[in-house]
Ligand binder design. Structure first.
Ligand code: COA
Length: 188
């Protein structure tokens, strides 16, 4: 893989994953102020526009490895911001996925299609053999999204698995091999 490849544009059904632009700052800020996103992810809390700008500087300035992209989740209809999706390397052949969808776009299958597109890319283009998923235990919605895409979620909770704003927190873990990824048509 080249070291500086562009974040690819991906599509699954009516959902598109694309690179961030400065036009996303307003809606990204509004999305990340949602209490559910603060509860289940590691975004700063409280969140304001300076956090969105700093994040954008980091990912467009190359501080985050360009091989492991961060995408805006948006609608193919109008390109508008609906959430975030990211992959990070966990070592050779392995990536971890993270995502959120803005409150105004939820429960329409957006996260499921976006997660499918990111995992499909990871296996096809990212030289990835396994995608790992984790969620703070109790995040039933995120678990449902991962299961719909084909992730196998482990039955046991990992105690104190991840640090969230200074506190070690229990997590659910899951994994997805290429053969587990459901056909896109089953999600449309
Ligand atoms: C989790 C999240 C990304 C889901 O986004 P979304 O676009 O609404 O997800 P989808 O519409 O693709 O799927 C949601 C599924 O959860 C189900 N669901 C909704 N509320 C639920 C609940 N309380 N318990 C269990 N399942 C629930 C929906 O019915 C749907 O499943 P279905 O298609 O079988 O009916 C979104 O709620 C979110 O951003 N939450 C806050 C941040 C977060 O938790 N990020 C993940 C961190 S691991």
């Amino acid at each position: 893989m080249s070291e500086t490849r562009e974040t690819p544009v991906l599509r699954a059904g009516h959902v598109v994953l694309r690179p961030h632009t400065s036009d996303d700052i307003d809606l990204m800020t509004r999305a990340c102020q949602d209490p559910e996103i603060a509860r289940w992810t590691m975004v700063p809390d409280p969140y304001d526009e300076t956090h969105a700008r700093a994040y954008l500087d980091r990912i467009t300035g190359g501080a985050v490895d360009a091989e492991f992209p961060r995408w805006v989740i948006c609608s193919a209809d109008d390109n508008s911001y609906m959430g975030g999706m990211g992959l990070v390397a966990r070592g050779v052949g392995s990536m971890k996925v993270g995502y959120f969808v803005a409150p105004w776009a939820r429960d329409r299958g957006i996260a499921t299609l976006a997660l499918w597109a990111a995992c499909d890319w990871a296996f096809r283009e990212g030289e990835c053999e396994v995608v790992h998923w984790d969620a703070l235990s109790g995040n039933d919605r995120s678990r449902r999204v991962a299961e719909k895409v084909g992730f196998q979620i482990k039955t046991d909770v990992m105690r104190k698995w991840v640090e969230v704003r200074g506190q070690l927190t229990d997590s659910w873990l899951g994994d997805l091999l290429p053969e587990d990824l459901v056909p896109l048509k089953s999600l449309l």
